[in-house]
Design a protein around this ligand. Structure first.
Ligand SMILES: *Cc1c(COP(=O)(O)O)cnc(C)c1O
Length: 387
């Protein structure tokens, strides 16, 4: 029987929240115009720049990840602007919808769900744009719906060759999980959200804006008020916010960024990579198949095919028997895949436990032998040993 309080979240957001962060959240709110709060804004914005590996402004918005992506689009573009949207999953699809909603002319570069976007397809369209009509390239780094990571480094190098187009990137499940060196790759706009790698509850989103992005903001004519980033930039100069921010989430952010600094970027990326490898090799040992192209696996989420088995039923068994919440497939993938989130506050024990729970369930269903179940654990331990 499930014990609700001990539910373990292994979905790609919201992700588990450390006790230190929960305690920070439980404080009484303070005035958002107080000196104490300004000090917090000062320290969180410095630590956000550290996490983003950038000297650019990193702004905090009270709103989910979608708010930051929408802000990136509406602050730098104008009605009728031509943009490229990369689409190889649910989130890529969302950014196409947002762009169209704001009257942008979308050139879609897509790839079947489960496969990565082809950087050469971006290069071709950008190279052909001699009139420099393309104003931005909008894409998703880690496509959470399919467990695919796109080759952002190469695509962004092609965007730089074009020279005038901006990059607007959804890094919601890559930032704080794998290397996204914003300054080195010269990414213009990078969006992320609190309930993912940040280890805090939903409610905040973050947006990094390059100098080039701010220059584009001077010309943008799309309507905006709450999400007008110029107000956020201006108030950040005095360590403040244009509107009332989610004060307690800022307490949580301050604590989680401290935890990240204690662990160090290298160790954080190493841990996510190790868990990704442990998961994908366990999947193979359990005679299951990965949904995503094995050379492009997201550090944060593993999508698993359940051929001949209803993935929703499988997920329910894991939840009822082991108190572990896994994610299902979205849209046409519902019932066909399930997804294991290993993003944020996740340790080796979580990985061993989730693999054991999956093995035990497959064993009960007669899909694997006890020897195979045992071997999967040997495989997992081998990857987890690497430190
Ligand atoms: C979670 C997520 C988002 C943000 O979704 P919100 O519900 O608005 O926070 C955006 N992109 C990706 C890839 C995500 O995983």
């Amino acid at each position: 029987m499930a014990i609700q309080q001990k539910l373990s979240l292994m979905i790609p957001g919201p992700t588990p929240v450390p006790e230190r962060v929960l305690q920070a959240l439980s404080r009484h709110p303070i005035g958002h115009r107080s000196k104490e709060f300004q000090d917090l804004v000062e320290s969180t914005s410095k630590n956000l720049q550290w996490l983003h590996q950038t000297q650019n402004d990193v702004l905090t918005i009270t709103g989910s990840g979608t708010a930051a992506m929408e802000a990136g689009i509406i602050n730098t573009l104008s009605k009728g602007d031509k943009v490229i949207c990369g689409e190889n999953g649910k989130f890529g699809e969302r950014w196409v919808k947002v762009a169209k909603e704001f009257g942008l002319e979308v050139i879609k570069i897509d790839s079947p769900w489960g496969t990565p976007l082809d950087p050469e397809a971006f290069k071709k369209v950008l190279d052909e744009d001699k009139q420099k009509e393309i104003k931005a390239v909008i894409l998703t780094h880690s496509e959470t719906s399919t467990g695919v990571i796109n080759d952002l480094e190469t695509i962004s190098s092609y965007i730089r060759e074009h020279s005038t187009a901006l990059s607007i990137v959804d890094c919601v499940t890559s930032l704080g999980a794998c290397n996204v060196p914003i300054d080195e790759w010269e990414l213009d706009i990078v969006a992320s959200g609190s309930q993912k790698g940040y280890m805090i509850p939903p409610g905040l989103s973050f947006i990094s804006m390059s100098q080039k992005a701010w220059e584009a903001a001077e010309k943008s004519n799309l309507p905006k008020f709450y999400l007008n980033l110029k107000s956020y930039k201006k108030s950040l100069l005095s360590n403040s916010n244009p509107y009332t921010p989610a004060v307690n989430l800022i307490f949580a952010l301050d604590e989680s960024l401290k935890m990240m600094r204690e662990e160090g970027l290298h160790n954080i990326f190493f841990r996510h990579n190790k868990h990704k490898l442990a998961m994908c090799n366990a999947v193979k040992a359990l005679n299951l198949k990965l949904f995503a192209d094995e050379n492009y696996l997201s550090p944060s989420i593993t999508a698993i095919k359940t051929e001949g088995m209803d993935a929703e039923e499988f997920r329910k068994k894991i939840k009822n028997n082991f108190d572990i919440l896994l994610a299902g497939g979205q849209d046409h993938l519902k019932g066909k895949i399930f997804r294991v989130g290993h993003l944020g506050y996740v340790n080796d024990r979580d990985i061993i436990t989730v693999v054991s729970s999956i093995s035990k369930t497959l064993l009960d269903l007669g899909r694997i032998t006890s020897q195979e179940a045992g071997e999967a654990l040997v495989v997992v331990s081998k990857y987890l040993e690497k430190n």
